[in-house]
Write a protein that binds this ligand. Structure first.
Ligand code: 2AM
Length: 487
Protein backbone atom coordinates (compact mmCIF):
# COMPACT_ATOMS: atom_id res chain seq x y z
CA UNK A 1 0.00 0.00 0.00
CA UNK A 2 1.34 3.39 -0.88
CA UNK A 3 1.93 5.59 2.11
CA UNK A 4 1.11 9.26 2.02
CA UNK A 5 2.82 10.05 5.32
CA UNK A 6 5.88 12.18 4.84
CA UNK A 7 8.31 9.96 6.67
CA UNK A 8 11.07 9.48 4.14
CA UNK A 9 14.23 11.57 4.36
CA UNK A 10 14.92 11.04 0.67
CA UNK A 11 13.18 9.61 -2.40
CA UNK A 12 14.47 7.79 -5.46
CA UNK A 13 12.69 7.21 -8.75
CA UNK A 14 14.01 4.90 -11.44
CA UNK A 15 14.56 1.43 -10.06
CA UNK A 16 16.56 -0.27 -12.81
CA UNK A 17 19.77 -1.91 -11.56
CA UNK A 18 21.67 1.26 -10.63
CA UNK A 19 18.69 2.95 -8.98
CA UNK A 20 17.66 -0.15 -7.11
CA UNK A 21 21.16 -0.72 -5.77
CA UNK A 22 21.56 2.90 -4.78
CA UNK A 23 18.17 2.77 -2.98
CA UNK A 24 19.20 -0.42 -1.15
CA UNK A 25 22.49 1.19 -0.14
CA UNK A 26 20.67 4.27 1.20
CA UNK A 27 18.15 2.15 3.14
CA UNK A 28 20.91 -0.08 4.53
CA UNK A 29 22.53 2.99 6.02
CA UNK A 30 19.60 3.75 8.25
CA UNK A 31 17.68 6.12 5.99
CA UNK A 32 14.00 5.85 5.21
CA UNK A 33 13.69 6.14 1.48
CA UNK A 34 10.59 6.51 -0.70
CA UNK A 35 10.98 4.46 -3.87
CA UNK A 36 9.17 4.78 -7.17
CA UNK A 37 9.37 3.54 -10.71
CA UNK A 38 7.27 4.32 -13.81
CA UNK A 39 6.46 0.62 -14.14
CA UNK A 40 5.28 -0.30 -10.66
CA UNK A 41 6.38 -3.94 -10.97
CA UNK A 42 9.98 -2.87 -10.40
CA UNK A 43 8.99 -1.22 -7.11
CA UNK A 44 7.12 -4.29 -5.86
CA UNK A 45 10.02 -6.51 -6.97
CA UNK A 46 12.43 -4.42 -4.88
CA UNK A 47 10.15 -4.57 -1.84
CA UNK A 48 9.46 -8.30 -2.23
CA UNK A 49 13.10 -9.15 -2.53
CA UNK A 50 14.77 -6.64 -0.25
CA UNK A 51 11.98 -5.02 1.78
CA UNK A 52 13.32 -6.43 5.05
CA UNK A 53 16.96 -5.73 4.34
CA UNK A 54 17.27 -2.26 5.92
CA UNK A 55 15.59 -3.17 9.22
CA UNK A 56 18.78 -3.85 11.13
CA UNK A 57 20.08 -0.36 10.35
CA UNK A 58 16.84 1.40 11.25
CA UNK A 59 16.22 2.33 7.65
CA UNK A 60 13.18 1.43 5.56
CA UNK A 61 11.66 1.53 2.11
CA UNK A 62 8.40 3.27 1.44
CA UNK A 63 7.03 1.84 -1.78
CA UNK A 64 4.84 4.19 -3.80
CA UNK A 65 2.88 3.66 -6.98
CA UNK A 66 2.03 7.16 -8.21
CA UNK A 67 4.42 10.05 -8.45
CA UNK A 68 2.01 12.04 -6.23
CA UNK A 69 2.27 9.46 -3.45
CA UNK A 70 6.02 9.31 -3.92
CA UNK A 71 6.41 13.07 -3.47
CA UNK A 72 4.00 13.11 -0.53
CA UNK A 73 6.05 10.47 1.27
CA UNK A 74 9.19 12.61 1.42
CA UNK A 75 9.88 15.13 4.19
CA UNK A 76 10.44 18.74 3.16
CA UNK A 77 12.69 20.13 1.89
CA UNK A 78 12.48 17.04 -0.27
CA UNK A 79 15.52 15.42 -1.77
CA UNK A 80 14.38 13.50 -4.84
CA UNK A 81 16.93 11.39 -6.69
CA UNK A 82 16.27 10.55 -10.33
CA UNK A 83 18.11 7.52 -11.69
CA UNK A 84 16.87 6.99 -15.22
CA UNK A 85 18.60 6.69 -18.59
CA UNK A 86 20.39 9.96 -19.31
CA UNK A 87 18.75 12.17 -21.90
CA UNK A 88 15.07 12.38 -22.76
CA UNK A 89 13.97 10.16 -19.88
CA UNK A 90 15.54 12.56 -17.38
CA UNK A 91 13.69 15.52 -18.88
CA UNK A 92 10.44 13.52 -18.95
CA UNK A 93 10.74 12.64 -15.26
CA UNK A 94 11.70 16.20 -14.29
CA UNK A 95 8.68 17.57 -16.20
CA UNK A 96 6.34 15.24 -14.35
CA UNK A 97 7.95 15.80 -11.00
CA UNK A 98 8.34 19.57 -10.90
CA UNK A 99 4.63 20.51 -10.64
CA UNK A 100 4.36 18.26 -7.57
CA UNK A 101 7.24 19.82 -5.67
CA UNK A 102 7.44 22.80 -3.33
CA UNK A 103 9.84 25.69 -3.25
CA UNK A 104 13.19 24.71 -1.75
CA UNK A 105 12.93 21.05 -2.77
CA UNK A 106 15.99 19.41 -4.28
CA UNK A 107 15.96 17.41 -7.48
CA UNK A 108 19.02 15.21 -7.94
CA UNK A 109 20.00 13.71 -11.28
CA UNK A 110 22.23 10.75 -10.45
CA UNK A 111 22.52 9.62 -14.08
CA UNK A 112 25.39 10.22 -16.47
CA UNK A 113 24.09 13.50 -17.87
CA UNK A 114 26.12 15.71 -20.14
CA UNK A 115 27.14 18.69 -18.01
CA UNK A 116 25.56 21.15 -20.45
CA UNK A 117 22.19 19.40 -19.93
CA UNK A 118 22.74 19.77 -16.20
CA UNK A 119 23.42 23.50 -16.61
CA UNK A 120 20.21 23.87 -18.62
CA UNK A 121 18.11 21.89 -16.14
CA UNK A 122 19.56 23.75 -13.21
CA UNK A 123 18.62 27.09 -14.69
CA UNK A 124 15.10 25.94 -15.48
CA UNK A 125 14.52 24.58 -11.98
CA UNK A 126 16.10 27.55 -10.26
CA UNK A 127 13.51 29.76 -11.97
CA UNK A 128 10.87 27.65 -10.24
CA UNK A 129 12.47 27.97 -6.83
CA UNK A 130 13.90 24.46 -6.85
CA UNK A 131 17.45 23.24 -6.36
CA UNK A 132 18.85 21.01 -9.05
CA UNK A 133 21.85 18.82 -8.34
CA UNK A 134 23.83 16.96 -10.98
CA UNK A 135 25.43 14.07 -9.11
CA UNK A 136 28.05 11.81 -10.67
CA UNK A 137 27.99 8.28 -9.30
CA UNK A 138 30.84 5.96 -10.20
CA UNK A 139 31.40 2.34 -9.41
CA UNK A 140 28.87 0.52 -11.53
CA UNK A 141 26.20 -1.73 -10.09
CA UNK A 142 28.37 -3.13 -7.33
CA UNK A 143 29.60 0.31 -6.32
CA UNK A 144 26.07 1.67 -6.18
CA UNK A 145 25.18 -1.05 -3.69
CA UNK A 146 28.35 -1.33 -1.67
CA UNK A 147 29.80 2.16 -1.76
CA UNK A 148 30.29 4.31 -4.86
CA UNK A 149 32.37 7.40 -5.42
CA UNK A 150 29.98 10.34 -5.52
CA UNK A 151 30.68 13.69 -7.15
CA UNK A 152 28.02 16.16 -6.11
CA UNK A 153 27.28 19.46 -7.84
CA UNK A 154 24.59 22.03 -7.08
CA UNK A 155 24.15 24.58 -4.33
CA UNK A 156 25.65 24.58 -0.82
CA UNK A 157 22.15 24.42 0.58
CA UNK A 158 21.34 21.30 -1.43
CA UNK A 159 24.54 19.66 -0.18
CA UNK A 160 23.60 20.39 3.43
CA UNK A 161 20.54 18.19 2.97
CA UNK A 162 21.97 15.64 0.56
CA UNK A 163 25.60 15.46 1.69
CA UNK A 164 25.18 13.56 4.97
CA UNK A 165 23.10 10.86 3.29
CA UNK A 166 25.45 10.50 0.32
CA UNK A 167 28.57 10.56 2.48
CA UNK A 168 27.09 7.75 4.57
CA UNK A 169 26.55 5.47 1.54
CA UNK A 170 29.78 6.24 -0.33
CA UNK A 171 32.91 4.12 -0.23
CA UNK A 172 35.11 5.01 2.75
CA UNK A 173 38.91 5.12 2.53
CA UNK A 174 40.92 5.67 5.72
CA UNK A 175 37.73 6.92 7.36
CA UNK A 176 37.10 9.52 4.64
CA UNK A 177 33.99 9.21 2.49
CA UNK A 178 34.50 9.11 -1.28
CA UNK A 179 31.82 11.74 -1.68
CA UNK A 180 32.12 15.50 -1.80
CA UNK A 181 30.47 18.68 -2.97
CA UNK A 182 32.91 19.20 -5.82
CA UNK A 183 31.47 22.53 -6.91
CA UNK A 184 28.30 24.38 -7.88
CA UNK A 185 25.77 23.58 -10.61
CA UNK A 186 27.15 21.11 -13.16
CA UNK A 187 30.58 20.61 -11.53
CA UNK A 188 29.60 17.12 -10.30
CA UNK A 189 28.69 15.88 -13.75
CA UNK A 190 31.71 17.59 -15.31
CA UNK A 191 34.10 15.92 -12.88
CA UNK A 192 32.34 12.58 -13.43
CA UNK A 193 32.74 12.99 -17.19
CA UNK A 194 36.49 13.57 -16.88
CA UNK A 195 36.69 10.64 -14.46
CA UNK A 196 35.23 8.45 -17.19
CA UNK A 197 37.66 9.91 -19.73
CA UNK A 198 40.57 9.01 -17.45
CA UNK A 199 39.08 5.55 -17.15
CA UNK A 200 39.27 5.22 -20.95
CA UNK A 201 42.97 6.21 -20.89
CA UNK A 202 43.73 3.85 -17.99
CA UNK A 203 42.12 0.91 -19.77
CA UNK A 204 43.79 1.68 -23.09
CA UNK A 205 47.21 1.84 -21.41
CA UNK A 206 46.55 -1.48 -19.72
CA UNK A 207 45.43 -2.99 -23.03
CA UNK A 208 48.56 -1.73 -24.79
CA UNK A 209 50.74 -3.21 -22.01
CA UNK A 210 49.02 -6.56 -22.42
CA UNK A 211 49.44 -6.42 -26.20
CA UNK A 212 53.15 -5.64 -25.91
CA UNK A 213 53.81 -8.40 -23.41
CA UNK A 214 51.99 -10.88 -25.57
CA UNK A 215 52.94 -9.80 -29.09
CA UNK A 216 56.50 -8.62 -28.53
CA UNK A 217 57.68 -10.75 -25.63
CA UNK A 218 55.51 -13.80 -26.34
CA UNK A 219 53.96 -14.17 -22.88
CA UNK A 220 50.74 -16.17 -22.58
CA UNK A 221 47.64 -14.56 -21.03
CA UNK A 222 48.04 -16.53 -17.79
CA UNK A 223 51.67 -15.39 -17.51
CA UNK A 224 50.61 -11.81 -18.15
CA UNK A 225 48.05 -12.24 -15.37
CA UNK A 226 50.94 -13.04 -13.03
CA UNK A 227 52.75 -9.91 -14.20
CA UNK A 228 49.70 -7.77 -13.46
CA UNK A 229 49.34 -9.38 -10.03
CA UNK A 230 52.89 -8.40 -9.32
CA UNK A 231 52.37 -4.86 -10.60
CA UNK A 232 49.37 -4.65 -8.32
CA UNK A 233 51.70 -4.95 -5.35
CA UNK A 234 53.58 -1.78 -6.31
CA UNK A 235 52.92 1.81 -7.40
CA UNK A 236 50.41 0.65 -10.00
CA UNK A 237 48.13 -0.92 -7.38
CA UNK A 238 44.58 -0.29 -8.56
CA UNK A 239 41.21 -1.85 -9.17
CA UNK A 240 41.75 -2.05 -12.95
CA UNK A 241 45.20 -3.67 -12.70
CA UNK A 242 43.81 -6.25 -10.27
CA UNK A 243 40.84 -6.90 -12.53
CA UNK A 244 43.11 -7.29 -15.57
CA UNK A 245 44.93 -10.14 -13.85
CA UNK A 246 41.58 -11.76 -13.10
CA UNK A 247 40.30 -11.40 -16.68
CA UNK A 248 43.53 -12.63 -18.27
CA UNK A 249 43.52 -15.74 -16.09
CA UNK A 250 39.94 -16.58 -16.98
CA UNK A 251 39.51 -19.51 -19.37
CA UNK A 252 36.47 -19.77 -21.63
CA UNK A 253 34.38 -22.77 -20.55
CA UNK A 254 33.07 -23.50 -24.05
CA UNK A 255 36.40 -23.60 -25.91
CA UNK A 256 39.07 -23.95 -23.25
CA UNK A 257 40.79 -20.88 -24.75
CA UNK A 258 41.90 -17.85 -22.78
CA UNK A 259 38.74 -15.78 -22.39
CA UNK A 260 40.45 -12.71 -23.86
CA UNK A 261 40.84 -14.66 -27.13
CA UNK A 262 37.15 -15.43 -27.58
CA UNK A 263 35.95 -11.86 -27.03
CA UNK A 264 35.48 -9.85 -30.24
CA UNK A 265 38.09 -7.10 -30.45
CA UNK A 266 35.74 -4.19 -31.14
CA UNK A 267 35.46 -1.92 -28.11
CA UNK A 268 32.29 0.00 -27.45
CA UNK A 269 31.53 3.22 -25.62
CA UNK A 270 28.53 4.88 -24.15
CA UNK A 271 29.81 8.34 -24.99
CA UNK A 272 31.45 9.81 -21.90
CA UNK A 273 34.92 9.42 -23.45
CA UNK A 274 33.69 11.26 -26.52
CA UNK A 275 32.16 14.01 -24.36
CA UNK A 276 35.43 14.41 -22.48
CA UNK A 277 37.38 14.83 -25.71
CA UNK A 278 34.79 17.22 -27.18
CA UNK A 279 34.93 19.35 -24.05
CA UNK A 280 38.74 19.29 -24.06
CA UNK A 281 38.75 20.53 -27.66
CA UNK A 282 36.46 23.39 -26.65
CA UNK A 283 38.65 24.23 -23.68
CA UNK A 284 41.91 23.83 -25.64
CA UNK A 285 43.32 21.29 -23.18
CA UNK A 286 45.52 18.60 -24.76
CA UNK A 287 44.19 15.42 -23.20
CA UNK A 288 46.06 13.25 -25.67
CA UNK A 289 45.89 10.06 -23.60
CA UNK A 290 42.11 10.17 -23.28
CA UNK A 291 41.67 11.20 -26.92
CA UNK A 292 43.88 8.38 -28.21
CA UNK A 293 42.03 5.92 -26.01
CA UNK A 294 38.71 7.09 -27.42
CA UNK A 295 39.96 6.92 -31.01
CA UNK A 296 41.50 3.49 -30.40
CA UNK A 297 38.03 2.24 -29.48
CA UNK A 298 36.66 3.78 -32.68
CA UNK A 299 39.39 2.18 -34.77
CA UNK A 300 38.71 -1.22 -33.26
CA UNK A 301 35.09 -0.95 -34.34
CA UNK A 302 35.87 -0.10 -37.99
CA UNK A 303 35.73 -3.72 -39.05
CA UNK A 304 35.52 -3.17 -42.81
CA UNK A 305 38.50 -0.81 -42.87
CA UNK A 306 40.51 -3.18 -40.70
CA UNK A 307 39.72 -6.05 -43.05
CA UNK A 308 40.69 -4.02 -46.11
CA UNK A 309 43.95 -2.92 -44.50
CA UNK A 310 44.78 -6.45 -43.37
CA UNK A 311 44.32 -7.72 -46.92
CA UNK A 312 46.86 -5.23 -48.28
CA UNK A 313 49.31 -4.86 -45.39
CA UNK A 314 49.15 -8.27 -43.80
CA UNK A 315 51.06 -8.85 -40.58
CA UNK A 316 52.34 -12.04 -39.07
CA UNK A 317 52.88 -12.65 -35.38
CA UNK A 318 56.58 -13.27 -36.10
CA UNK A 319 57.00 -9.73 -37.36
CA UNK A 320 55.97 -8.38 -34.00
CA UNK A 321 58.19 -10.62 -31.94
CA UNK A 322 61.31 -8.81 -30.90
CA UNK A 323 64.24 -10.47 -29.27
CA UNK A 324 63.96 -8.91 -25.86
CA UNK A 325 65.01 -10.01 -22.41
CA UNK A 326 61.63 -10.99 -21.00
CA UNK A 327 62.10 -9.84 -17.45
CA UNK A 328 63.74 -6.60 -18.48
CA UNK A 329 61.01 -5.93 -21.02
CA UNK A 330 58.25 -6.59 -18.46
CA UNK A 331 59.85 -4.01 -16.22
CA UNK A 332 60.21 -1.51 -19.06
CA UNK A 333 56.53 -1.89 -19.88
CA UNK A 334 55.67 -1.33 -16.22
CA UNK A 335 57.69 1.89 -16.16
CA UNK A 336 56.14 3.04 -19.46
CA UNK A 337 52.67 2.26 -18.15
CA UNK A 338 53.26 4.24 -14.99
CA UNK A 339 54.72 7.26 -16.79
CA UNK A 340 51.89 7.26 -19.35
CA UNK A 341 49.37 6.96 -16.55
CA UNK A 342 50.86 9.98 -14.80
CA UNK A 343 50.46 11.91 -18.06
CA UNK A 344 46.84 10.80 -18.55
CA UNK A 345 45.90 11.87 -15.01
CA UNK A 346 47.84 15.13 -15.28
CA UNK A 347 45.88 15.89 -18.46
CA UNK A 348 42.55 14.96 -16.89
CA UNK A 349 43.18 17.20 -13.89
CA UNK A 350 44.19 20.01 -16.27
CA UNK A 351 40.84 19.63 -17.95
CA UNK A 352 38.95 19.81 -14.67
CA UNK A 353 40.89 22.95 -13.75
CA UNK A 354 40.17 24.52 -17.15
CA UNK A 355 36.48 23.56 -17.11
CA UNK A 356 36.12 24.92 -13.58
CA UNK A 357 37.78 28.16 -14.55
CA UNK A 358 35.57 28.60 -17.59
CA UNK A 359 32.41 27.96 -15.62
CA UNK A 360 33.50 29.90 -12.54
CA UNK A 361 33.44 26.83 -10.31
CA UNK A 362 35.77 26.49 -7.38
CA UNK A 363 36.82 22.83 -7.68
CA UNK A 364 39.35 21.47 -5.21
CA UNK A 365 41.51 19.12 -7.29
CA UNK A 366 43.07 17.45 -4.26
CA UNK A 367 39.62 16.67 -2.93
CA UNK A 368 38.67 15.22 -6.31
CA UNK A 369 41.63 12.82 -6.09
CA UNK A 370 40.54 11.96 -2.54
CA UNK A 371 37.03 10.90 -3.53
CA UNK A 372 38.32 8.75 -6.39
CA UNK A 373 40.40 6.65 -3.99
CA UNK A 374 37.53 4.27 -3.39
CA UNK A 375 34.30 3.09 -4.96
CA UNK A 376 35.03 4.09 -8.53
CA UNK A 377 36.55 2.21 -11.45
CA UNK A 378 39.79 4.22 -11.46
CA UNK A 379 40.39 3.81 -7.73
CA UNK A 380 44.10 3.49 -7.15
CA UNK A 381 46.85 3.87 -4.62
CA UNK A 382 48.36 6.53 -6.83
CA UNK A 383 45.49 8.96 -6.12
CA UNK A 384 46.91 9.52 -2.64
CA UNK A 385 49.96 11.01 -4.34
CA UNK A 386 47.80 13.29 -6.46
CA UNK A 387 45.90 14.40 -3.37
CA UNK A 388 49.20 15.20 -1.63
CA UNK A 389 50.50 17.09 -4.66
CA UNK A 390 47.46 19.38 -4.70
CA UNK A 391 47.46 19.77 -0.92
CA UNK A 392 51.07 20.96 -1.11
CA UNK A 393 50.35 23.29 -4.01
CA UNK A 394 46.68 23.94 -4.83
CA UNK A 395 47.48 26.05 -7.92
CA UNK A 396 49.83 23.53 -9.41
CA UNK A 397 50.65 24.18 -13.09
CA UNK A 398 50.95 20.49 -13.91
CA UNK A 399 51.03 17.32 -11.84
CA UNK A 400 53.96 16.11 -13.90
CA UNK A 401 56.46 18.41 -12.26
CA UNK A 402 55.65 17.69 -8.62
CA UNK A 403 58.58 15.94 -6.94
CA UNK A 404 57.05 12.49 -6.65
CA UNK A 405 55.69 12.29 -10.21
CA UNK A 406 58.71 14.03 -11.74
CA UNK A 407 60.91 11.39 -10.13
CA UNK A 408 58.70 8.57 -11.39
CA UNK A 409 58.78 9.93 -14.93
CA UNK A 410 62.52 10.59 -14.87
CA UNK A 411 63.18 7.07 -13.60
CA UNK A 412 60.97 5.58 -16.27
CA UNK A 413 61.75 7.70 -19.28
CA UNK A 414 64.40 5.45 -20.83
CA UNK A 415 62.11 2.45 -20.52
CA UNK A 416 59.24 4.48 -21.93
CA UNK A 417 61.26 5.39 -25.03
CA UNK A 418 62.49 1.84 -25.46
CA UNK A 419 58.99 0.38 -25.24
CA UNK A 420 57.57 2.86 -27.75
CA UNK A 421 60.51 2.25 -30.11
CA UNK A 422 60.19 -1.54 -29.85
CA UNK A 423 56.45 -1.25 -30.50
CA UNK A 424 57.03 0.93 -33.56
CA UNK A 425 59.64 -1.47 -34.94
CA UNK A 426 57.40 -4.46 -34.40
CA UNK A 427 54.28 -2.77 -35.76
CA UNK A 428 52.37 -3.02 -32.46
CA UNK A 429 49.98 -0.09 -32.08
CA UNK A 430 50.56 1.86 -28.85
CA UNK A 431 48.70 5.13 -29.43
CA UNK A 432 48.32 5.99 -25.74
CA UNK A 433 51.93 5.15 -24.81
CA UNK A 434 53.33 7.02 -27.80
CA UNK A 435 51.15 10.09 -27.53
CA UNK A 436 51.82 10.40 -23.80
CA UNK A 437 55.55 10.28 -24.47
CA UNK A 438 55.17 12.92 -27.20
CA UNK A 439 53.17 15.08 -24.82
CA UNK A 440 55.93 14.83 -22.23
CA UNK A 441 58.59 15.62 -24.81
CA UNK A 442 56.50 18.48 -26.16
CA UNK A 443 56.13 20.06 -22.74
CA UNK A 444 59.81 19.87 -21.86
CA UNK A 445 61.13 21.03 -25.26
CA UNK A 446 63.08 24.26 -25.33
CA UNK A 447 61.63 25.27 -28.71
CA UNK A 448 58.69 23.74 -30.51
CA UNK A 449 58.12 23.81 -34.27
CA UNK A 450 55.04 25.90 -33.55
CA UNK A 451 57.26 28.77 -34.70
CA UNK A 452 57.12 27.37 -38.24
CA UNK A 453 53.36 26.95 -37.97
CA UNK A 454 53.00 30.60 -36.96
CA UNK A 455 55.20 31.65 -39.91
CA UNK A 456 53.11 29.58 -42.32
CA UNK A 457 49.88 30.99 -40.93
CA UNK A 458 51.17 34.48 -41.38
CA UNK A 459 52.24 33.67 -44.94
CA UNK A 460 48.98 32.22 -46.21
CA UNK A 461 46.51 34.05 -44.05
CA UNK A 462 48.18 37.12 -42.53
CA UNK A 463 47.46 35.62 -39.13
CA UNK A 464 50.40 37.56 -37.60
CA UNK A 465 53.06 36.33 -35.19
CA UNK A 466 55.03 37.41 -32.16
CA UNK A 467 58.80 37.63 -32.03
CA UNK A 468 61.17 36.10 -29.54
CA UNK A 469 63.26 39.28 -29.29
CA UNK A 470 60.69 42.02 -28.77
CA UNK A 471 57.10 42.57 -27.68
CA UNK A 472 54.29 43.20 -30.16
CA UNK A 473 52.39 41.52 -32.97
CA UNK A 474 53.88 41.44 -36.45
CA UNK A 475 53.12 40.63 -40.07
CA UNK A 476 55.50 40.12 -42.96
CA UNK A 477 54.34 41.15 -46.46
CA UNK A 478 55.17 37.75 -47.93
CA UNK A 479 53.84 38.50 -51.43
CA UNK A 480 55.50 41.92 -51.56
CA UNK A 481 58.84 43.21 -50.42
CA UNK A 482 58.92 41.01 -47.30
CA UNK A 483 59.11 43.96 -45.01
CA UNK A 484 57.76 43.52 -41.49
CA UNK A 485 55.09 45.69 -39.98
CA UNK A 486 54.02 45.89 -36.38
CA UNK A 487 50.29 45.51 -36.04
P1 2AM B 1 10.59 1.57 -16.46
O1 2AM B 1 10.97 0.47 -15.53
O2 2AM B 1 9.19 2.00 -16.33
O3 2AM B 1 10.98 1.28 -17.91
C1 2AM B 1 16.01 2.70 -16.78
O4 2AM B 1 15.49 2.61 -18.05
C2 2AM B 1 15.01 3.28 -15.83
O5 2AM B 1 14.51 4.53 -16.33
C3 2AM B 1 13.81 2.40 -15.58
O6 2AM B 1 13.51 2.51 -14.22
C4 2AM B 1 12.75 3.04 -16.45
O7 2AM B 1 11.43 2.86 -16.02
C5 2AM B 1 13.10 4.50 -16.27
N1 2AM B 1 12.56 5.34 -17.37
C6 2AM B 1 12.95 5.37 -18.65
N2 2AM B 1 12.26 6.27 -19.35
C7 2AM B 1 11.41 6.86 -18.49
C8 2AM B 1 10.43 7.89 -18.60
N3 2AM B 1 10.24 8.51 -19.76
N4 2AM B 1 9.74 8.21 -17.51
C9 2AM B 1 9.96 7.58 -16.32
N5 2AM B 1 10.87 6.61 -16.15
C10 2AM B 1 11.60 6.24 -17.21
Amino acid sequence: MPSTDATATIGLTGLAVMGRNLARNIARHGHTIAVHNRTHARTTALLDEFGDEPQESGGAFIGTESLEDFVAAIQQPRAVVIMVKAGEATDAVIDELVPLLDEGDIVVDAGNAHFTDTLRRQQALEERGLHFVGMGVSGGEVGALEGPSIMVGGSDHAYEVLGPIMESIAAQVDGTPCCAHVGPDAAGHFVKMVHNGIEYADMQLIAESYDLLRSVAGLEPAEIADVFDEWNRGDLESFLIEMTADVLRHVDAATGSPFVDVVRDAAEQKGTGRWTVQSALDLGVPITGIAEATFARSLSGHTAQREAARAVFSTSPDEQRVDVDRDAFVDQVRAALYASKVVAYAQGFDQIAAGAEEQGWDVDLGQTATIWRGGCIIRAQFLDRIKEAYSDEPDLTTLLTTPYFAEAVKDGVDSWREVVAVAARGGVPVPAFASSLSYFDGLRRERLPASLIQALRDNFGAHTYQRTDKHGTFHTTWAGDRSETEI
